[in-house]
Design a binder for this molecule. Structure first.
Ligand code: PLP
Length: 249
């Protein structure tokens, strides 16, 4: 049974890699520009180890409390840990100390807390923490992130966003590397493609405003929609169910 399960996860990883390559080629992109972040929330250590055995290096969790024991248990494998979910301020310290990159930075206040935690850490960990700014492009009320929908209301949000970004960029122990978004939960490309395209356009616009920031990453695309996201420029895709199956909890 163990072996069967193992090959199952390895097979799914291989299948996803193929689909990533095919989507990249359709868009005239080099598949090596795209990093597969395997989302391990709700998965036990043994199954995560199977993904690692299949060559996966980048792991994503959306809750700090759930992630900490996994990070400790898998230390020997030296994976790169991505925090992909909304971060509460009282978890900022552990997030800054135990994660390698934060995808869902959604306020200046949170950035300041992450920066301070990193500043107070051991010299070895005092390197700048890579962060992505989460943007609520689809404008759904229940979604986290800086508000910027590409619509008319942006006239008021845009100047505020520029001020926040300037201040985050000035924090010495954080490094802005790009943007992240979550599309509406659907596999309909007519809904998701404009969301991903807007995030790319926003990135291009911010790159003109802040040429000193690299802006190299677009974290977008999940099981339902990662191929569309890659066609629209994703560099980090966050995939859980397509590798581990439907979550039961
Ligand atoms: C759970 C989660 C994912 C992975 O979603 P799947 O549908 O399982 O691929 C990606 N991003 C975030 C922010 C998530 O919370």
């Amino acid at each position: 049974m163990q072996n069967e399960a193992m090959s199952d996860i390895a097979n799914r990883v291989a299948a996803i890699r193929e689909r990533i390559s095919a989507a990249a080629q359709r868009a005239g992109r080099d598949p090596s520009e795209i990093t597969l972040v395997v989302v391990t929330k709700t998965q036990p250590i043994a199954r995560i180890e199977q993904a690692i055995a299949a060559g996966i290096v980048h792991l994503g969790e959306n809750r700090v409390q759930e992630a900490l024991p996994k990070i400790a248990a898998l230390q020997h494998a030296r994976p790169t840990w991505h925090l992909i979910g909304h971060l509460q301020r009282n978890k900022a310290r552990n997030a800054a100390l135990f994660f390698d990159t934060i995808h869902a930075l959604d306020s200046l206040r949170l950035a300041e807390l992450l920066n301070r935690a990193r500043a107070e850490s051991t010299p070895a960990e005092r390197r700048p923490l890579p962060v992505l700014l989460q943007i609520n492009i689809s404008g759904e009320a229940q979604k986290e992130g800086f508000a910027l929908t590409g619509g008319r209301e942006d006239q008021q949000h845009w100047p505020a966003l520029l001020v926040d970004i300037a201040q985050i960029a000035a924090l010495p122990y954080l490094r802005i590397e790009g943007l992240m978004t979550i599309a509406p939960f659907t596999s309909d490309p007519q809904t998701t493609r404009p969301v991903f395209r807007s995030l790319r356009h926003l990135r291009d616009r911010l790159a003109r405003h802040f040429p000193g920031i690299a802006w190299q990453h677009l974290s977008m695309g999940m099981t339902n929609d990662f191929e569309i996201a890659i066609e629209e420029g994703a560099t980090l895709v966050r995939i859980g169910r397509a590798i581990f199956g439907e979550r039961t909890s």
